[in-house]
Structures are given as C-alpha cells and as structure tokens.
Design a binder for this molecule. Structure first.
Ligand SMILES: [Zn+2]
Length: 466
C-alpha cells in the first residue's frame, strides 16, 4: 500500500518558509507525497478528509503528533557516506598523513558491496538524526544509488573524479553512466552531480572538460575547494591564483549559466532560475574577500563542514563574509572518518557558535539562520529550490518530528533556539521522506538496521585487517 497520503496533527510546526513564523499546534496534509495544506489546528474544520484537489478518494493515515515539533528534513550538503566504515579508524592526525597513510590505503581495499553497506549505515544514522537528504561524493556510486533507492532517503550523488590519476577518463564515463541510469530513480529521490574532487587533484584542463560535460548533460558540480591553507599556497605557487580563481578560469562557475559567463545582473541570488544547476563547493575555509565575492556573484553554494574542519585542524570558514557576499551557505558533516558522526544538528550548532566566539559578537549567525542553512540553503545548494527545504504547499513532504517532551527541552520559550542550542539527534522520533514514513517511533521501517550494522562492522574489520 502506498503510504504517501498523510495528515500530521497537533504538532508545533516550523515551516522555515522565510517568514520566521511558528505554528503552535497545526496540521499538515500530504497527498501523493506532496504537502497540500499547512494550517493551525483551530482553523481545521471537521471535513479534513475531503480531497485536497483531484477527485480520487483521499484516505490518509493520521499521525497524532501532540508534544512534537515538525521541521523540514535536514539536508547534509557534503558527505562521503560509505566512510562510516572508517569511523574511529584514524584520528588526531594532520590531513596529509591521515589521507595518504591511513585513508587511501584502506580505501584501496574497498569492494563495491562495502560501499553499499557503508552507505546504508550512514543512511541509518542520518535518518535517526533527522537528515532526509544528502550530497555524497565517493566511488562505486551504483551501490550508493541502490542504497538510496532502497532506504527511502533522498540524495544527490557524485562519482568522485581524480583528474591526476590514469583512470580519470573512465571515472568521467562512469559519471555519465550514473546520470543515465540513476538520475530520477526512486521516484525522483536520486539526483546526480559531477564530482571533480578538488583543484589540487584535477588539473585545469580536466576541470574544463568536466564543466563542458556538466553543461552538456545538464547537471550540477560538487567539488572540494580551499579546504586547507596548504592547498591555497600551492595553488598560488602552481597557478598564480587561488583555487576559487582556478575553477572560475576553468569555466566551472559559469558552466550552468548558458554560453555567456554570468554577470552580477544575471546572477541575482534572490531571483529564481538564475542558476538551474548548482555549483556546490565543500569547505571554502581559506577564501579571501575577493574569492567570496566571486562565489557570491556566480550564484555558487558552499557546504560548510565546521566539525570536520576543526577536527582536521584545517581552520574555520569565514561564514559571515560568505553570507555578506550572497553565497548560499549550507551545512555538511563530511565523511564519518573526519567528524566522526553524521549529526547535522551538531554542525548547525557549530555554525551558530563559531562566528560568535571568533568575532566576540553573539548576534552573528542567529539560531534561525543556522537552521535555515541546514534546511532551505541545503535545498538551494543541491538545486532543489521549490521542491524540498520548506513546509509549504507544493513542496515534497520531507519532514522530521522531534519529541519535545523531554527534560532538556523543557520549558519551551523558543523552538528554534531549542533545535540549534539544546536538541540532539536522539530527539528525532519520526521521519517522513517524499510522503513516506521511513522511521516511526525511532524504528526504521524501510530496511533492517540491525543487519546493516552487523554487516558493516564485519566489513570494516576486514578492511582494517583486524
Ligand atoms: Zn569531503
């Protein structure tokens, strides 16, 4: 039975629709996976079983949700899902040592099925933490796509491309196959972007080729950019300019604006449709004012990964400056090997706290803005504006129900502050994606989580050789 007709009744609702409003006790009506009505409970008449458009019989499942808070699903805008298998495998090391001596050797032993189970494990953790969509960059992406389809989550998948390796052309071909076979799968839950790993692993010629390909097949670009000080210094040494300027020179920033490079006028950030396909840059820790301005003018989005950047000692991204320049700033966890969890609420808290501490200014990045980064900005960053990221009629029903009846969430003065400063992933009780209940009362319904955990642990031990 298709369970995409639902009514969620009695919960507080944070629509995140730009108005800042909170509905204290409301009702959300979902039909065929789409939100059709959002209203305060007192305004709801007794005829709420009447069809909301269309003549078909409407027999929704009703979820009684008093004592809960409903928000749009959180969007993890940058991760490497299958790296859950390396959680706690290599810590407290410099990025170069961590990557070259620990992560790359163990990744070389990866088999396709490892990616499937590592991704399923990541999905279980993300659903438990209220994440309903993620942007993934890894390899064996057919297995990742399979995991997304089976689990019911939403994702934008990128096959990581290392331009300096001999297999780069083959990897680009695999990206095209991923687009052909998987874009739109799972009832539209699977999206695909091209994933040139970074300017330091992809020479300018290769980046240019990826940009041309993205424009030809009409898809977005997901890349690592300016993560470390060393990367930026090397870029100046080799190319005479910053990594942001390298990707601009390679045409990646205007790859989606048509044949003419975008100008400040054509790239109005608040206008819709200026950039049909996203340019998503992870990190942007070491960016200058000019870099931020270039990113802002081109309509680029940045996935801010404060937890991973702190743990790897990379630094802290200048979020207030990026925001001032009009860059869409979304949030990511990065892989579980450098975080070490996939808890996006934790990232929202860090995104709100770090700028305050650095500038000694508690007014920077208020709670609502941090939550917007984790929801609406995530949707824009992945090119899904108007589809997800809000609780509003016409949007797909990706919703998270938080259990408010807990000591650490009592009393309730401000629900937004609660989410960002007090709530935990464990407070998520029920998760709905594309109108389907994928977790109910903390039980994942779409797959056998215990079996995934068991298999993932076995595979992680084999990979680590223990
Ligand atoms: Zn990453």
């Amino acid at each position: 039975m298709e369970m995409s007709d639902l009514i969620i009744r009695g919960a507080a609702i944070l629509p995140m629709d730009g108005t800042g409003r909170v509905i204290d006790r409301g009702e959300i009506t979902i039909r065929n996976g789409r939100i059709v009505k959002v209203e305060p409970l007192r305004a709801v008449a007794s005829n709420h079983h009447a069809p909301a458009g269309g003549g078909d019989e409407f027999k929704p499942e009703v979820i009684e949700a008093s004592g809960h808070l409903v928000i749009p699903g959180l969007i993890n805008a940058h991760t490497h899902a299958a790296m859950t298998l390396f959680r706690g495998y290599a810590d407290d090391l410099p990025l170069k040592t961590w990557l070259e001596e620990r992560i790359w050797p163990i990744e070389a032993r990866f088999e396709a099925e490892d990616v499937y189970f590592g991704t399923m494990l990541a999905i279980a953790e993300m659903i438990r933490g209220g994440v309903t969509a993620f942007a993934d960059m890894y390899f064996f992406m057919e297995q990742a796509a399979q995991a997304v389809v089976e689990s019911g989550i939403r994702a934008s998948l990128s096959r990581g491309l290392i331009g300096i390796l001999p297999g780069a052309e083959k990897a680009l071909r695999e990206s095209r196959e991923l687009v052909d076979r998987w874009r739109g799968a799972g009832g539209g839950r699977v999206d695909v972007m091209l994933g040139p790993h970074a300017p330091y692993t992809c020479p300018p010629d290769f980046l240019r080729k990826v940009g041309e390909e993205a424009r030809r097949i009409g898809c977005g670009i997901h890349i690592h950019l300016s993560e470390t000080r060393f990367e930026v210094e090397e870029s100046f040494r080799i190319h005479g300019c910053s990594p942001v300027q390298v990707v601009r020179a390679a045409g990646l920033l205007d790859a989606h604006g048509g044949p003419e490079p975008m100008t400040a006028e054509t790239a109005a950030h608040d206008g819709e449709g200026a950039r049909p396909f996203p340019f998503l840059a992870a990190h942007c820790v070491h960016v200058s004012g000019e870099d931020c301005s270039i990113l802002g003018r081109s309509g680029a989005a940045v996935a801010h990964n404060p937890g991973s950047n702190l743990k790897l000692g990379s630094g802290i991204a200048p979020v207030p400056m990026l925001l001032r320049e009009g860059v869409t700033v979304a949030l990511g966890t990065d892989g579980a090997a450098s975080n070490n969890n996939l808890d996006l609420l934790e990232e929202a808290r860090l995104a709100a706290l770090l700028p305050k501490g650095i500038a000694e200014d508690p007014t920077l990045v208020p709670a609502y803005q941090a939550l917007e980064m984790a929801t609406g900005a995530g949707a824009r960053a992945l090119g899904w504006e108007g589809r997800v990221g809000r609780i509003e009629p016409g949007y797909r029903a990706d919703l998270v129900l938080f259990d408010l009846e807990q000591s650490h969430l009592t009393p309730v003065h401000d629900l937004v502050a609660h989410l960002v400063y007090a709530a935990r992933a464990g407070d998520v009780r029920t998760v709905i994606i594309d109108g389907k209940v994928v977790m109910r009362d903390r039980e994942i319904l779409t797959f056998d989580e215990t079996e995934v955990r068991r298999e993932a642990a076995l595979r992680a031990r084999r990979l680590a050789g223990t």
